[in-house]
Design a protein around this ligand. Structure first.
Ligand SMILES: [Zn+2]
Length: 248
């Protein structure tokens, strides 16, 4: 995959126009000059996905958005900056209405129904861990799917890595994904639970804006992290075993 080709690529007009409209909304809401990358697709499994990276928003949008009303584009602008409930509801309604007009396909239109959950690992059952945490810390209020991430196919050999994303939470899919390197007999259950707990907090706290910047781990989030029973234990275990987790 070529990532750094400096050659300007002619953009289809529709995408360009949508990008301009959307940039205006985002520019009005957000002081930092983030780049906006838009890819229009006909892929019904991804009607809308946003990746929020430092200084850049990457959007994959279904072509239906080209014909979106000013109100929907405004909601999209707000949603790109921060997936708040009202903007999200406007977009859901738009997608539902337009999807009904698309030719029917066998597979479901909703991306979330296409996610295959594999919560049951060889050593740790993520669903059981999630349910216990949900009952114990959240009063059952967290509504998310959970799965082990996939191992690279045909790659059983362990290699050293520099970084590791142990868990992630997708707002769009309401999906918690845990790295398969944690599914080992020598990784204590409380450590896996700690990673799951962190991702559950992401759903509870959302991504608030603080001082004009989106904050993934606001103070309220960090305070609640400390309520985890094995908080100290989990951190100590991580410090002592980091090098082994990074072999995957
Ligand atoms: Zn986090």
């Amino acid at each position: 995959m070529s990532m750094s080709s400096p050659k300007p690529v002619a953009k289809p007009r529709a995408a360009e126009r949508l990008q301009r409209r959307l940039s205006q909304h985002i520019g009005a809401l957000c002081s930092d000059a983030a780049t906006l990358d838009i890819r229009l697709t006909n892929n019904r499994s991804t009607m809308l996905s946003v990746r929020r990276e430092p200084g850049r928003y990457r959007l994959r949008l279904h072509h239906m958005f080209v014909a979106a009303s000013p109100q929907v584009v405004a909601a999209l602008g707000r949603y790109v900056i921060h997936p708040e409930a009202e903007a999200s509801a406007t977009l859901d309604a738009f997608i539902a209405e337009r999807s009904a007009q698309l030719q029917p396909v066998r597979e479901s239109l909703r991306r979330s129904t296409r996610i295959i959950e594999r919560p049951c690992g060889q050593h740790h059952d993520l669903r059981a861990i999630f349910d216990e945490l949900n009952a114990g810390y959240f009063g059952g209020a967290i509504d998310a799917k959970i799965t082990w991430g996939r191992r690279k196919r045909g790659d059983d050999e362990l290699r050293p890595h520099k970084t590791l994303t142990m868990g992630s939470y997708s707002v769009e899919d309401r999906l918690i994904r845990i790295h398969p390197t944690l599914d080992r007999p020598d990784v204590p259950r409380y450590y896996v639970a700690w990673i799951v707990y962190h991702e559950m907090l992401h759903q509870k706290h959302g991504i608030p804006e603080l001082g004009g910047r989106r904050c993934y781990h606001p103070p309220s989030f960090l305070a609640e992290e400390r309520l985890f029973d094995e908080y100290e234990l989990a951190h100590r275990w991580e410090r002592q075993h980091q090098h082994r987790l990074l072999m995957y």
